[in-house]
Write a protein that binds this ligand. Structure first.
Ligand code: COA
Length: 260
C-alpha cells in the first residue's frame, strides 16, 4: 500500500512507524487510521521484525483526532458515525494487542487520541516538556474509545480528574501517573528509545507475545478466576522450543539465538 500519512523505516529487527502529517501535528483522519491499522496488522506476520517504534514527524507526536474530520461527522448518518468510530477503536486495539511490542517515542504534544495511542503502547517514552491532555471535554466530546486503555494505565483516580478538567499536563506528571514509563530531555529521547529497544530484543519473541496476552487475560480479574489459565500458560510455554533454548542458553552461559 502506498502510504500518504505515514513513513515506515525498517532497521534490522526494528520497524519505525512515523506519523507524518506535520501540518496538523499528525492529527489522524480516516486515511491515517486505515494506514496505521494496516501497517501494524501486516507487521504481525513479519518474523524478522521484533519491535515497533511509533513516533511523530515534526513538532508533535500526535494532536489526536483531526477536528475537521470529527466535525464533518455531523453530516454523516448514525451508521456511518458508528463505522468511523469502530475503525478508530480498532486502531487502538491493534496497537494494544500487537504481538510485537510497541514503544512510543513521544515528543511535543500527545493530546486526546494522541494520548490514547500512548496509553495503548507497551513502552511509552516521552521527552521532557511534552504536552499531554485528555482535552476532549473542552471540545464538547469525550475520550470514548481510548478510555479503556487510559483507565487501565493511569487508574480511575487520575482519569477522573484529567477527563473532567481536560487540562494539559507535562511529561513529569505523565510519568508520575504511569501514562508514560520514562521522561528524558528531548536530546536524549532517541537514545532512551534505543535503550528500550535493546532490552526488548533480549526477550524471546514468542514469550513477549504470550506475556502480552497474559496481561490482557489477568488484569482486573480475581486470582481464583485466572489461576487455571496461568497454570496452563506456563505448562504450555516451558516445553516450547523457544523456552527450551532460553533456559538452556542461561544454563550454558551463552546468549539465546534471538539476542542480536
Ligand atoms: N485536528 C485538526 N487540526 C489540528 C489539530 C487537530 N487535532 N491539532 C492541530 N491542528 C492544526 C491547527 O488548527 C493548525 O492549523 P493551521 O495551520 O491551519 O492554523 C495546525 O494544526 C498547527 O497547529 P498549531 O496549534 O498552530 O501548532 P502548535 O505547534 O503551536 O501546537 C498543538 C500544537 C498540538 C499543541 C495544538 O495544535 C493543539 O493544542 N491542538 C489541539 C489538540 C487537541 O485538543 N486534540 C484533541 C482532539 S480529540
Amino acid at each position: 500500500m502506498q502510504l500518504e500519512r505515514l513513513e515506515v523505516e525498517y532497521d534490522g529487527p526494528v520497524a519505525r512507524i512515523w506519523m507524518n502529517r506535520t501540518e496538523v501535528r499528525n492529527a489522524f483522519d480516516g486515511l491515517m487510521i486505515t494506514e496505521l491499522r494496516k501497517t501494524l496488522f501486516d507487521l504481525r506476520t513479519v518474523d524478522a521484525i521484533r519491535v515497533i517504534v511509533l513516533g511523530g514527524r515534526g513538532p508533535a507526536f500526535c494532536a489526536g483526532a483531526d477536528l475537521e474530520w470529527m466535525r464533518a461527522m455531523a453530516g454523516f448518518s448514525r451508521d456511518e458515525n458508528l463505522r468511523e468510530a469502530q475503525a478508530l477503536a480498532d486502531l487502538f486495539f491493534t496497537v494494544y494487542e500487537s504481538p510485537k511490542p510497541v514503544i512510543a517515542r513521544v515528543h511535543g504534544a500527545a493530546l486526546g487520541g494522541g494520548a490514547g495511542l500512548v496509553a495503548a503502547c507497551d513502552v511509552p517514552v516521552a521527552a521532557l516538556g511534552t504536552q499531554f491532555g485528555f482535552t476532549e471535554v473542552r471540545l464538547g466530546i469525550i475520550p470514548a474509545v481510548i478510555s479503556p486503555y487510559v483507565v487501565a494505565r493511569i487508574g480511575e483516580s487520575a482519569a477522573r480528574e484529567l477527563f473532567v478538567t481536560g487540562e494539559r499536563f507535562e511529561s513529569v506528571r505523565a510519568c508520575e501517573i504511569g501514562l508514560v514509563r520514562a521522561a528524558v530531555p528531548e536530546g536524549d529521547l532517541d537514545a532512551a528509545v534505543n535503550g528500550r529497544v535493546e532490552e526488548v530484543l533480549k526477550a524471546g519473541p514468542r514469550a513477549i507475545e504470550a506475556a502480552k496476552a497474559l496481561i490482557r487475560e489477568v488484569a482486573w480479574r480475581r486470582v481464583e478466576d485466572v489461576q487455571r489459565y496461568t497454570v496452563e500458560r506456563i505448562a504450555d510455554i516451558r516445553v516450547t522450543a523457544e523456552a527450551q533454548e532460553g533456559m538452556r542458553a542461561f544454563l550454558e552461559k551463552r546468549k539465546p539465538y534471538w539476542v542480536p
